[in-house]
Ligand binder design. Sequence first.
Ligand SMILES: [Zn+2]
Length: 254
Amino acid sequence: MSCYKIYPLHLGTITRPKAQLMATDKSGAVLDIPILAWYLTDGEKRILVDTGGLEPDGIHFMPYVRPESQRLEAALGRLGVLGADIDMVILTHLHWDHSGCLGIFPNAEFFVQRAELHYAIDPIPAHKNNYDLQRIFSVDYTILDGDTQITDGVSVIFSPGHSNGHQCVLVDTVDGPYMILGDMVNLMEAWTAVPPVANGYHVSLLDYHRSFQKLKHISAKVLPGHDPEVLKHPVYPAEENGELGIEDKKGAFQ
Ligand SMILES: [Zn+2]
């Protein structure tokens, strides 16, 4: 069985009402939250889950803050990884803040759910600004229909609700399975609430409810999609002394 390390990549910061992240929130709070991608490696395979945002000043998309150090290439570079090194890119969904930068992975196979791709082509008008079709169709996809094992130790779990073809990613580690939740769950608080709370942005609350029921039956540690707390650890499973496993990883790549 492959055991992966999971590195959260901080690719910019967006500012949103908390109610957009948790539909039941009445606090009026406004949060600065990270745009995240996740680099997975078992020492051989190099996999990316999501790819961060489009250019921060894109006129059709929501502005956000992304210093040079938080560009995807820079974040991967600090781990000793080039875009050309990436074997697989798994997209939780195709919203602009999860599917930017697709052009820097010439050797990667891209995975997306069929339902997500179809909806991106013809969403309702209120959802149109979340999809940059030119960028999305700049690469070819391996199209998935539901739960699928991508490779040994990495599977996707179909979980519509936030978007029509959203998928979470289940990853085997030495500490057991971890689940990358994408925008299904933005904050840990939304996941641990009873019942769990949907994102304020969604295509179907009924689908959301069913996806929650499905995911709650999976025994795994979870990594929410926009929670600043996940950046407390540079790698998962978190190492006790707080040190990165980068030295090991670099060794494995050389
Ligand atoms: Zn989204």
